[in-house]
Design a binder for this molecule. Structure first.
Ligand code: DAH
Length: 335
């Protein structure tokens, strides 16, 4: 800057400085923004007001006085504007009870239902459309509901202490949801059309396909004239709804104490290269009807039990059951 500089442009710049500072302080809505404006205009080291003051020294004595006067006016205006801005944002903060309502908020992170819960809800939905109500039963069961009434005699290997979690005398963690069949039939006369689901417990060594706790869905339909064709129809309709139109279903002869005849239910669907066993099923054994006071000459029924983990894993291509229990959100987020 030359010392012969004329007065007019210098005064003009002072006016501009005042106008810009006023604008900056007025538009500042947060304490941070006021501080940024303060540093820019009133900062002791690099502030623009400071720079305007330095300029005074370079002016000719004849114009110094006029510039100095205008400078003082600008300085005063900037300090007033700063004070006004500061008290304005402070008022806003205290008005909200000490909370600075101008700060950006913290967006809540929304989660979603666990894939197993999604599967269970979808099963309830699908079977609900076929007229099946939802029944529930306790996870701590007595041996009557877990074994005796299901036609599993005292000597049966399924009752082995090494294969069950026995608790105190006569109670255990249920090893199957078939217990709920008994509870439902004990509490109501036929006809019955229910599904029941929940956790079951078996002391299996944990690996990619086994767990000491998993979930089953149980189905039971009892009425006059229910046949195995009804069983297959219901399971096929279910499989189509859950896995897709092109799913195939196959029964293999099997044995369960509570059904006669009994079958294993396999499914094969688009993209799959082999039949996958989904659970067991069959026609309710007359001894089960007798145990709950139903008349085996009057009614027939079918029952089935499917693994919920297996359904969920097949549907989503999950290859390790343990992933479902670790609750790692990086895994769960994908479903
Ligand atoms: N409860 C059997 C299990 O845990 C599964 C099962 C098989 C359930 C046949 C049924 C059935 O209702 O009819 O392996």
């Amino acid at each position: 800057m030359s010392s012969t500089e004329s007065l007019e442009p210098a005064l003009h710049e002072l006016d501009q400085l005042q106008a810009q500072a006023a604008q900056a302080f007025e538009s500042a809505t947060t304490a941070d923004a006021v501080e940024v404006a303060r540093i820019e205009y009133l900062g002791q080291k690099q502030g623009r007001l400071k720079a305007a003051q330095e300029r005074l020294k370079t002016l000719e004595p004849a114009v110094k006085r006029a510039y100095g006067q205008r400078f003082n006016g600008v300085k005063q205006a900037l300090e007033i504007a700063f004070d006004a801005a500061r008290s304005r944002v402070e008022r806003r903060t205290t008005a909200a009870g000490g909370i600075d309502v101008t700060l950006p908020g913290v967006a809540p992170r929304l989660g979603h239902r666990h894939p197993l819960t999604q599967t269970a809800d979808e099963l309830i939905d699908i079977f609900g459309r076929f007229g099946f109500a939802v029944a529930r039963g306790p996870e701590v069961e007595d041996v009557r509901h877990n074994f005796d009434a299901l036609n599993i005699p005292p000597v049966h290997p399924a009752r082995d202490p090494l294969d069950n979690f026995y608790l105190s005398e006569g109670t255990m963690l249920r090893s199957q949801t078939s217990t709920i069949q008994i509870r439902v039939m004990e509490s109501q006369p036929p006809p019955v059309r229910v599904i029941a689901m929940g956790r079951v417990y078996r002391p299996d060594t944990v690996d990619a396909t086994h767990s000491f706790m998993f979930h089953q869905v149980e189905g039971l339909m009892v009425d006059k004239g229910v046949t195995m064709a009804d069983l297959k129809t219901v399971l096929r309709l279910f499989a189509r709804s859950y896995l897709g139109e092109d799913v195939q279903i196959r029964f293999r002869p099997s044995f369960f104490p509570f059904t006669e005849p009994s079958v294993e239910v396999d499914m094969l669907w688009h993209g799959g290269d082999r039949w996958v066993e989904m659970g067991g099923a069959g026609m309710v054994d007359p001894n089960v009807f007798k145990a709950v006071g139903y008349e085996p000459e009057q009614v027939t029924g079918f029952a089935f039990g499917l693994g919920i983990e297996r359904l969920c894993m097949r549907r989503h291509g999950i290859d390790d059951i343990r992933l479902l229990y670790q609750n790692d959100v990086r895994f769960l987020d994908q479903f």
